[in-house]
Design a binder for this molecule. Structure first.
Ligand code: LFR
Length: 489
């Protein structure tokens, strides 16, 4: 039979890529045909995504892909929670706001005075983050009263792009779960949450599972790109869900760290863990592929370094990490302090202020600041692993680090030493791979349920053993840091 070509469009917060994947002899090969930058666009104190710019890059990437021969299927994944509102003519009613847009300030607390935390958690199992779609919608209505009632449809970012590609409106389940408007037990939008915050139920499209064939690309897209009779297949549209699907793990004693703009630290479970302990730790139960649950926590991640780097005039990442490794360590921050969430060229000063306020040495150079962030991320990861062990009763002996951050060898070693667990690093492009393999599975290119073994067959991995145990006093010191404005309140 002819080898099918699948195309993944993977949009991360700081970059995007378009890649062709093919399966031969049980192995996946990936050919990235187009890469482009992404990021927030500040306008009048607000922060947007350049969704039209992304669309243009997607068309360009598809045009390049089409030159390689017939493309069987295409699918999009992106970061979570953000959405577009469409009117009755399918026109965009506003730009797509970035989840770091400060408009959500204070909104979550107001909402939780209306429907208590325990009730929202019981219905959704989702962690309380100020930018969850539910709070963004309430913020949107405050900004532009009446907008939600004028809107006809809400589409999450990958769903919007799938609509533009195929003409079909649907919400793929893994990303729907991140909105905090989805009830995993009912596999439906959460009526209690939607009602409590006065959101129009008609906004929310049908929910479909990853692997759903949405339809052929529209004639306009075919003409623009050269694609012919290509089908749009929804992958796990939440990037983290695609990444977790591609974790090359075996057995049950492992956790993952999807490392990029965010550090997503979690385990895979057969069903949601919605217990008082999980709520207390503010762990989230996001939907995974094939009915699994991703029990995880958002840790602020390399965003802090990315934003510092921007303030330093964008020096080379590899050099910055090498300098951090050689620099003096010591001071720590709670990376999940809410002050680090928003964009701003004062990120280095925010780190320094945190250290000063907590009576620590103040890191001065880019190398020292970067080291402080990396050590802090490793400690926070160690803490979250203990919480995951606590709520699941599992023993975690291996941490799989996937995504762009898995290339930072110094961070991998810090993670091994700090958590006391073996770190297996790779693949770097886990999200792309997970996206491609869900399409391959849906198209019969690989056997059902074989994603992880295909990744293991296809990718070279790196192992980091814990060498210098990090003293327990360090964990204790970290645990004592003042947590004045936690992101996870
Ligand atoms: C990672 C990610 C996280 C989500 C955050 C915001 O790219 O998708 O999983 O919490 O971005 O959407």
């Amino acid at each position: 039979a002819e080898v099918k070509r699948h195309v993944a469009i993977d949009l991360g917060a700081s970059s995007g890529r378009v890649a062709i994947g093919t399966i031969q002899d049980g192995k996946l090969s990936v050919n990235v045909v187009h890469r482009f930058a992404n990021g927030g666009v500040p306008v009048q104190g607000r922060l947007y995504w350049d969704v039209l710019g992304l669309w243009k890059e997607i068309l360009h990437g598809l045009r390049l892909a089409a030159q390689h021969g017939h493309i069987h299927s295409v699918g999009v994944d992106s970061w979570a929670v953000d959405y577009a509102l469409l009117d009755e003519h399918d026109l965009l009613m506003d730009g797509v706001h970035h989840y770091r847009d400060p408009r959500t300030g204070g909104v979550m607390d107001d909402c939780l005075n209306v429907l208590p935390r325990s009730a929202v958690y019981a219905s959704t199992g989702i962690q309380f983050l100020p930018f969850n779609t539910v709070y963004q919608l309430v913020a949107h209505e405050r900004q532009a009263p009446g907008i939600l009632n004028r809107a006809c449809q809400l589409l999450l970012v990958p769903d919007l792009l799938h609509f533009w590609l195929s003409g079909r409106r649907a919400t793929e389940r893994t990303n729907a779960s991140t909105t905090q408007l989805y009830d995993p037990r009912e596999d439906a939008w959460s009526a209690p949450v939607i009602t409590a915050f006065g959101l129009p139920p008609v906004l929310f499209p049908d929910i479909v599972p990853a692997g759903t064939v949405l339809g052929e690309v529209t004639p306009a897209v075919a003409q623009e790109t050269g694609l012919t009779s290509t089908v749009v297949v929804a992958p796990a549209t939440h990037d983290t869900a695609s990444a977790v699907a591609a974790v090359p793990a075996v057995g049950n004693d492992w956790a993952y760290l999807s490392s990029g703009t965010w550090s997503l630290v979690g385990v895979e479970t057969l069903s949601p863990v919605v217990t008082p302990e999980a709520l207390q730790y503010n762990l989230t139960n996001e939907a995974g592929v094939n009915g699994t649950t991703r029990l995880l926590k958002n840790v602020m991640g390399l965003w802090i370094v990315q934003e510092c780097r921007r303030a330093w005039g964008s020096p080379d990442f590899a050099q910055l990490y090498a300098d951090a490794e050689a620099a003096a360590g010591g001071p720590l921050v709670d990376p999940d302090d809410g002050r680090f969430l928003h964009a701003g060229l004062d990120m280095p000063q925010r780190i320094q202020a945190y250290c000063r306020e907590t009576g620590q040495a103040v890191p001065a150079t880019p190398a020292e600041i970067t080291r402080c962030v990396l050590e802090s991320l490793a400690l926070r990861t160690a803490e979250v692993l203990l919480q995951l062990e606590d709520v699941t009763g599992r023993m975690i002996s291996t941490l799989h680090v996937v995504g762009g951050g898995s290339q930072v060898r110094f961070l991998n070693q810090l993670l091994a030493d700090t958590t006391g667990r073996r770190v297996i690093a790779g693949p770097v492009e886990a999200t792309l791979i997970g996206n491609l393999l869900v399409q391959a599975e849906a198209s019969g290119s690989i056997p059902a349920g074989s994603l992880r073994s295909v990744v293991l067959q296809s990718e070279a991995l790196d192992t980091f053993e814990p060498t210098t145990a990090v003293p327990s006093q360090r964990l204790a010191l970290f645990a004592q840091l003042g947590r004045a404005q936690p992101l996870h309140s």
